[in-house]
Write a protein that binds this ligand. Structure first.
Ligand code: GLC
Length: 570
């Protein structure tokens, strides 16, 4: 009986756009083989001299993006926004931020990408909106306003609400008192980012309408920002003291979150050929599987933070790195799908955190890390500028930082009388602005990013690290990245093949194989600035070298500093 129902369901589903999404076979939809290039629009290319990157700027560089070989672009939010959090505070979900251009520019961008065979994934920021969104302006105007329940309010006559931690608030307090209606509203992020009330079916319907608006325009996917926090227990029970040290245990995957995602999938996602990816993957493998396993009919994939969170100011251990990535891989070997990434707009630069940005090793270690990303199972998300080996910004003064998270944390520490020196040190290493400096196009003033004054300082190393200089150098990071991308595209084994870790206890070298059908690929990576010898038990004499990050290959199992080599095994 069950089988019959399944057969009928399959029949019903075939022929719909969702079935079309399965092009390449049910286990090989396009988004598994996609190579996603993330663009932070504010910092990619400015076309009008106001110092802020924009859509026309991206359009002017579409051929560059195409030349990378990537198959999809993820754009950080481009919707109308007062920019308290650089677009992650949306004031109109159906319009384009003035700094970035117009809807005509957007349409031209989408068309330009599609003409080049590149898909477009948009950020969907609906755990919260801007406080300048008309919904919030209505909501806060009166307790009986029809929009009141689009947000979470706590009436002050009931006393102070139970403490909730805010990531970006100066006082870390997620409840903001509003005297207009004598009530507090909830904001997990900044005060200008009030949390939307997903428990309200009307709000959910509005969000699905917005998603349809963009999907009807022809976009190819949604990245669900902070969505794991969207569902809440609206009785707001007290949480144990100190919960904020591990707040995701209390914030992520609460209440009816999965119900909402199933509804979103039913009402929107499965009706279009769009992919969906969740920021965050809950608190356990079980949480992550519940988000992305195909039979759940929720989302396609998620990106867990365990990997990207590894580096600390005083370094990190490769053993830990290997353990984390291997554990996640094996938990998703049979079901579900994940992303692979080492950087995004919420992180400092990949080469400065995971590699070695000293001039002697910057290029090698950056290429080595790119090799890792492009040879792992999962969908790679690659951050703009990493293809050049762009480094941390080296910002020393708090005035040079622009990010609400860094600025408010600084104020928080300063106001509580704490020494901010340590904080500035850690910001230099890990603050998000490190990864948000303008793309380094060439050696002309402001790295060719703008003819005006950039919204955030250009990294002074643009004189030597820039795309123009790398374009004609066959050994540049840029050209190595292109070779890696084409290798992945030519070898489905790198996307779908089984991953096996070798020489697990080697603290310096990372070695693994990928296997599919009768094919086997070996990846060797040296994570140190000294020679390293992975003990794989594999003889390389008959192996075919597919790619190496040194200009000359030596075909031995002793790896040179930060060497990366990919072999096909007989
Ligand atoms: C996500 C975004 C981050 C933003 C936050 C609030 O974590 O990636 O940039 O600040 O959500 O929207």
């Amino acid at each position: 009986m069950l089988l019959r129902i399944a057969a009928i369901l399959t029949l019903l589903v075939s022929g719909t756009p969702a079935a079309h999404a399965q092009k390449g076979g049910p286990d090989r939809p396009w988004w598994k083989s996609a190579i996603v290039y993330q663009i932070y629009p504010r910092s990619f290319k400015d076309s009008d001299g106001d110092g802020i990157g924009d859509l026309k700027g991206i359009i002017s560089r579409l051929d560059y993006i195409k030349s990378l070989g990537v198959t999809a672009v993820w754009l950080n939010p481009i919707y109308s926004s007062p920019n308290d959090d650089n677009g992650y505070d949306v004031s109109d979900y159906r319009n384009i931020m003035k700094d970035f251009g117009s809807m005509e520019d957007f349409d031209a961008l989408l068309k330009g990408l599609h003409t080049r065979g590149i898909k477009l994934v948009m950020d969907l920021v609906v755990n919260h909106s801007s406080d300048e969104h008309v919904w919030f302006r209505q909501s806060r105007s009166a307790r009986n306003n029809p929009y009141r329940n689009y947000y979470h309010w706590w009436n002050a006559e009931n006393g102070r609400p139970p403490y909730r931690y805010s990531l970006f608030d100066i006082n870390h307090d997620a409840w903001m008192y509003d005297s207009l209606t004598n009530a507090y509203y909830l904001h997990y992020f900044s005060r200008k980012q009030p949390d939307l009330n997903w428990e309200n079916p009307q709000l959910r319907k509005e969000v699905y309408d917005i998603m349809r608006f963009w999907a009807d325009k022809g976009i190819d996917g949604f990245r669900l920002d902070a969505f794991q926090f969207a569902a809440k227990d609206t009785t707001f029970p007290a949480f144990p003291k100190g919960f904020e040290k591990n707040f995701t245990l209390f914030y992520a995957m609460q209440g009816n979150l999965h119900g909402y995602l199933q509804e979103m999938n039913r009402d929107v996602l499965r009706k279009y050929d769009v992919m969906s990816v969740a920021e965050g993957a809950g608190n356990s493998f079980e949480d992550a599987h519940n988000l992305v396993d195909a039979d759940r009919m929720e989302l396609n994939m998620a990106y867990p933070f365990d990997g990207v969170d590894i580096p600390k100011l005083n370094g990190y251990s490769l053993l830990h790195f290997k353990e984390v990535f291997s554990r996640w891989d094996s938990a998703f070997e049979e079901n579900g799908w994940l992303s692979v990434f080492l950087a995004n707009h919420d992180q400092a630069r990949m080469v400065s955190r995971f590699g070695n940005d000293h001039p002697a090793f910057r290029q090698l270690s950056s290429k080595m890390l790119s090799t890792f990303i492009m040879t792992m199972r999962g969908t790679p998300y690659y951050y703009y500028g990493d293809e050049l080996g762009m480094t941390n910004a080296g910002l020393d003064k708090i005035e040079d930082y622009k990010d609400v998270a860094t600025l408010n944390e600084y104020r928080h520490l300063h106001n509580s009388g704490k020494d901010v020196k340590e904080f500035m040190k850690s910001a230099r290493f890990g603050a998000r602005d490190n990864g948000r400096t303008p793309f380094q196009w060439d050696a002309t003033p402001q790295a060719g990013f703008t003819s005006g004054t950039p919204w955030i300082k250009v990294n002074p190393n643009y004189i030597t690290i820039n795309a123009a200089a790398q374009e004609n150098d066959p050994n540049s990071c840029l050209n190595y990245f292109r070779r890696l991308v084409s290798l992945r595209k030519d070898n489905p084994i790198l996307v779908f093949g089984k991953y096996t870790l070798l020489d697990r206890r080697n603290p310096n070298a990372y070695a693994y194989t990928r296997t599919l059908d009768n094919k086997k690929i070996l990846v060797l990576l040296n994570f140190t600035n000294k020679p390293a010898i992975p003990n794989t038990g594999i003889h390389l004499n008959k192996a075919k070298l597919l790619l190496c990050n040194y200009p000359t290959s030596i075909h031995t199992s002793t790896l040179r500093p930060y060497e990366a080599a990919i072999y096909e095994l007989p």
